[in-house]
Design a protein around this ligand. Structure first.
Ligand SMILES: [Cu+2]
Length: 434
């Protein structure tokens, strides 16, 4: 009998072998789980996501949410009021300093200076009834009327008005005209076809500054659904007889400039050229789903300049709100120059905007344009709508799949080292077999 056997009695060795055996079983099992099940599953999920993105382009709506947000909006509105006032005071100074030319405020927050007050009659407001919608341009305090001749034309109009229902549908962009007998009041007749809560924004330009005002929401009575919110992140939409695609970053991050590029085709895939709509290739309105953010912008028209207003340093932006900044460029890009939506056409015209979203949340963009030669009144356009989710920060730089792979590799290396260190077969063990 050798010395070794005395040091390692047979029972201890058997126990050790048993333990060794089960340890190897468990370890192999973990490896099998990782490589045979977990990683392939992750991989399939990843490629599944990619497939879904492609599915988008086939106009599949892959995300739908039914949200009733009336109540939430009410509360948010109240809480917002006081805070916005403070924010505004700070922002206003910044804007002057930075030479921005537009401001955004809620009508009710204005206690001093230029404001537009909304008045709709007759009450109650019912669907299918022609309502008289008045916008009174005045200065506070004292409600001193501001006649039209003190205002400036922007994009061919003295006043621009945008409206939207609480579900972010029923978008409208209209242009009231001032009354002959009271040039401080702009009026338009409007018949609402669907009931619900509506928010209306108006903007006027005075002393080279564009002022946009959010007006208190309006409840329209009538039979039918008051809200029908459907969120889809499809990047291709069909509107009227056109398909419009919007290309942008996969992940839109707050406070980081992002490019939104729009491409218009017929249903048969032919490139569509646009004609000027209110002196721009496209008007883009971006509104946050809680109505707290409003942005209206245009790319600079390609050569056609009809605006009587003096050109601003950055004429591309009609409205820079106190919360969202944007400027747009119309870019003619040849096919292949843009990554997402190449076509076989040799002259793929893409209309691009640069937008910085100030905070996270859900936004809806309304892109308005006039296809060349379309038979529509001159201040009407086709509207394509897209949802954008704005995120806090960029996702993990390397994809999760690669991250998991790296972790697995490190674990395997570590475990191998452990196995190697503690489970080395010693010459003594071999001798025992004799
Ligand atoms: Cu307008």
């Amino acid at each position: 009998m050798s010395d070794e056997q005395q040091i390692y009695p047979k029972e201890t060795l058997n126990k050790f072998r048993q333990w060794h055996f089960w340890w190897l079983v468990v370890f192999s099992f973990l490896l099998i789980i990782t490589f045979v099940y977990y990683l392939p599953t992750r991989f399939l999920q990843q490629s599944g996501l990619v497939e879904n993105h492609k599915g988008d382009q086939l106009m599949r709506e892959h995300m739908e949410q039914g949200m009733t947000e009336e109540e939430m909006n009410r509360h948010a509105e109240e809480e917002r009021g006081s805070q916005m006032m403070d924010d505004y005071e700070e922002m206003a100074d910044d804007y002057v300093a930075e030479g921005f030319e537009a401001l955004y405020r809620e009508e009710g927050d204005v206690k001093d200076g230029l404001v537009v007050n909304l008045n709709i009659s007759p009450v109650p407001y019912n669907v299918g009834v022609s309502l008289s919608v008045d916008f009174f341009v005045n200065t506070k305090p004292g409600n001193v009327p501001v006649p039209t001749n003190q205002l400036q034309i922007e994009h061919t109009k003295l006043m621009h008005v945008v409206g939207l229902r609480s579900d972010m549908n029923e978008f409208f962009h209209i242009h009231p005209e001032f009354l002959a007998d009271d040039p401080s009041i702009f009026n338009i007749k409007r018949t609402f076809q669907k009931p619900g809560f509506y928010k209306i924004w108006s903007s006027v330009k005075k002393d080279d500054v564009i002022h946009t005002f959010g007006h208190p929401e309006v409840s329209i009575n009538g039979a039918g659904t008051r809200e029908d919110k459907k969120v889809s992140f499809s990047r291709n939409v069909i509107t009227e007889n056109y398909q419009v695609s919007m290309a942008t970053d996969d992940t839109v991050i707050k406070e980081r400039e992002v490019e939104l590029s729009f491409d218009i085709h017929t249903l048969t895939g032919r490139e569509v050229e646009v004609e000027p709509y209110l002196d721009a290739d496209m008007h883009l309105t971006i509104i946050k789903d809680d109505w707290s953010q409003f942005l209206h912008t245009h790319p600079e028209g390609t050569g056609h300049s009809h605006s009587q207003a003096p050109r601003l340093p950055n004429p591309s932006a009609l409205i820079r709100t106190s919360i969202a900044f944007a400027h747009g460029d119309a870019e003619d890009e040849s096919a292949g120059a843009t990554d997402e939506h190449q076509t076989t056409a040799s002259d793929d015209e893409v209309i691009s905007f640069h937008v910085t979203f100030p905070e996270i949340g859900l936004y809806k963009t309304f892109a308005q344009f006039r296809p060349q030669g379309i038979d529509l009144p001159s201040d009407e356009a086709i509207t394509a709508e897209f949802w954008i989710q704005v995120e806090e920060k960029a996702p993990f730089p390397i994809s999760q799949w690669w991250f998991l792979l790296a972790i697995s590799a490190i674990l395997i290396a570590g475990l191998s080292w452990v196995v190697n260190k503690y489970l080395k077969v010693k010459p003594e063990d071999v001798q025992i077999q004799k």
